[in-house]
Write a protein that binds this ligand. Structure first.
Ligand code: IPE
Ligand code: IPE
Ligand code: MG
Length: 250
């Protein structure tokens, strides 16, 4: 992961710079419930959710978090009503188009992970364009999981490795954790140190199953559209109190 040191802005005094997570992953949940509470259609929650994500990205960059990975659409989310799925695809496309100039000027490197080939063609065009235009940026690595499933990712890795074994390029005994990681979508980015889920749900819903083996989990009751800097600050404070043992004894 090549991320240049950033000038930190406004890091709250009670946070220790050296103990910040390098990589934060977020399951942005609760858009539908947020909208329902306001008496609005679910899609309005997704719309507001984009603002919350923009704010979190800005905050991560300001405070010196090197990588942010956000779960935007799971492989299971295709099971939602067609109009919601279509709205989300349209929203993703529109947001990338609207935000690309700012991503470039803010030195954000954007990457999309997931099974991108089954997304609408016009969305794929925006996705690849945004990845190409920001590929040399070094301010922050921003990964968006779109049509992403942890199980699907692991199966994809197995297929790629099995093909190499079949072709004689690899021996079964060459397969180890390091080799496996080379085939994950997230190659080149360290594992998440902190994984946040909003809306109070205590589950991982098929997100980054391999990569979160030793992530610290933080669940906020706040619904995603209301997740702001103060909430992120609370999550980071909680994270900095954790004793990360990685199976060892301190
Ligand atoms: C998360 O919010 C956004 C996506 C999964 C796209 P939800 O849409 O899951 O909101 P709730 O969980 O129904 O409130
Ligand atoms: C997880 O939220 C997926 C995203 C945030 C994109 P869901 O709302 O789909 O998860 P479940 O159904 O509550 O497990
Ligand atoms: Mg949900």
């Amino acid at each position: 992961m090549t991320v240049k040191p950033t000038v930190l802005r406004d890091l709250p005094a009670d946070l220790e710079r050296e103990k910040l997570p390098r990589h934060v992953a977020v399951i942005m949940d609760g858009n539908g419930r947020w909208a329902k509470r306001q008496g609005l259609p679910r899609i309005m929650g997704h719309r507001r959710g984009v603002d919350a994500l923009k704010e979190l990205l800005r905050c991560c960059k300001d405070w010196g978090v090197q990588a942010l990975t956000a779960y935007a659409f799971s492989t299971e989310n295709w099971g939602r009503p067609l109009e919601e799925v279509e709205f989300l695809m349209m929203l993703f496309e529109r947001v990338i188009r609207q935000e690309i100039d700012e991503l470039i000027s803010e030195d954000v490197r954007i990457k999309f992970v997931g099974n991108l080939t089954s997304l609408p063609g016009t969305l794929q065009t925006e996705i690849y364009r945004s990845m190409n235009l920001t590929q040399h940026n070094q301010g922050i690595q921003f990964t968006v999981a779109t049509n992403y499933g942890g199980r699907q990712e692991i199966i994809q890795v197995c297929r790629e490795i099995a093909t190499k074994v079949q072709q004689g390029k690899l021996q079964p005994e060459d397969i180890n954790e390091a080799l496996f990681e080379q085939h994950l979508y997230t190659v080149g980015t360290c594992h998440p140190d902190l994984m946040i889920r909003t809306s109070g749900e205590m589950r991982v819903s098929n997100f980054l199953l391999w990569q979160i083996a030793y992530s610290e989990l933080y669940v906020s009751d706040t619904l995603w559209p209301d997740f702001d800097r103060a909430e992120f600050h609370r999550a980071l404070c909680a994270y900095q109190q954790r004793d990360r043992r990685f199976g060892k004894v301190n």
